[in-house]
Design a binder for this molecule. Structure first.
Ligand SMILES: C[S@@+](CC[C@H](N)C(=O)[O-])C[C@H]1O[C@@H](n2cnc3c(N)ncnc32)[C@H](O)[C@@H]1O
Length: 333
């Protein structure tokens, strides 16, 4: 990928074997121009996982002379290695709510950690308390569209005060676009809310409530790869530059339709996989049963009896029970 004349090579699927498009690295073409528009010299990524986006940020920062920090309580090996290799990347192994108060606020904050109303609302409260008005950093968000835009997900439900926690879907329930509840063959999000929508539910709900508190804040939603959001203060010195980058993408109906189509196919493919796993399990049980029948003396007696009935003309050959038939059925499988 080449952004603003800077060549950044990356594979966004390294840690995404099912190719769901899970990393914000997929948003690089809109994100990097935003960093450039701000003239960012410091960026913090909250929730960095294996470092797929972080790697892009580090490459960009090397050209821009900027610093990058990643806040994540459970960084994956790839991110730990990336931090070890790059002195300009600082890895903070804490939750956002513990880590954010301790750092100097950056020019741009990317919020992609715990995808629920409480955490995002608290993150925003912490940031706004330290940098209000035109000093607010550019805030970028992941997951402002389906599934977590309007449905909480809890990295660790015990970290969320009970009064803010939605009832949870649980291990046996899945979620499917267009279904605000849960269904057995939906995508597995066992720590997501059992219902989509309503007050104080989801990342976008938290961002919208934050923006509603101040007329001078702008919110853009780019409906691609689970949703990229941006919030900034209209009086920030770089506000018009960022608007020029993002306005063409904001709630773009073509992109929204593409994303709707994409998530439908991801969910549909998963439902077919579930069906296939169930069918394989049924087949394995059937084969085990047929195998036991081959060894069974009761079936041997039944075979002889049914042969006698055919010879006596009271049954047809097609209705015969035979071990040869069972063997053939097993071999065909
Ligand atoms: C979706 S992944 C981040 C992906 C990454 N930003 C990217 O685009 O490649 C979410 C990460 O958030 C981290 N996380 C969970 N709760 C968090 C919290 N309260 N504060 C910071 N990070 C958190 C998880 O450990 C996980 O690595």
């Amino acid at each position: 990928m080449s952004v603003e004349g800077t060549r950044i090579d990356f594979d966004p699927y390294v840690n995404d074997p099912l190719r769901w498009g899970a990393s914000m690295a997929h948003h690089a073409e809109v994100m990097i121009p935003c960093l450039e528009a701000v003239g960012a010299r410091s960026v913090v990524e909250v929730g960095a996982y294996a470092g797929d986006l972080t790697r892009v940020l580090v490459e960009w920062a090397a050209h821009a002379g900027a610093r990058v920090a990643a806040i994540d309580p459970s960084p994956q090996e790839g991110l730990v290695a990336l931090a070890a290799e790059n002195a300009e990347l600082v890895l903070i192994r804490e939750t956002s709510l513990d880590g954010l108060p301790k750092i100097e606020l950056p020019d741009v904050l990317i919020i992609d950690g715990d995808h629920n109303y409480y955490t995002v609302a608290e993150e925003l409260r912490l940031i706004a308390r330290r940098a209000s008005g035109a000093n607010l950093p550019l805030l970028l968000f992941h997951d402002v569209c389906w599934p977590h835009g309007r449905r909480d997900d809890y990295f660790d439900p015990d970290q969320i005060p009970a009064e803010y926690r939605q009832p949870i879907a649980g291990e046996r329930a899945g979620i499917f676009p267009g279904n605000s509840g849960v269904c057995p063959d939906g995508l597995p999000y066992p720590r997501s809310a059992a219902r989509e929508g309503g007050a104080r539910n989801g990342v976008l709900a938290a961002v919208e409530d934050f923006v509603a508190e101040c007329d001078a804040l702008r919110l853009v939603v780019v409906p691609a790869f689970f949703g990229f959001g941006a919030v900034w203060h209209r009086d920030a010195p770089w506000a018009d530059h960022v608007a020029r980058v993002l306005d063409p993408w904001d709630r773009n109906s073509l992109l929204a339709r593409l994303e709707e189509n994409r998530i439908h196919h991801i969910a549909q493919e998963h439902a077919l996989r579930v069906e296939l796993w169930d069918a394989r399990e049924r087949q394995a049980r059937l084969e085990a049963l047929l195998g036991r029948m081959l060894d069974s003396s009761a079936v041997a007696v039944a075979e002889q009896l049914s042969w006698l009935r055919v010879k006596a003309g009271v049954a047809t050959e097609q209705s015969m029970i035979s071990k040869q038939e069972i063997r053939r059925a097993l071999n065909e499988r």
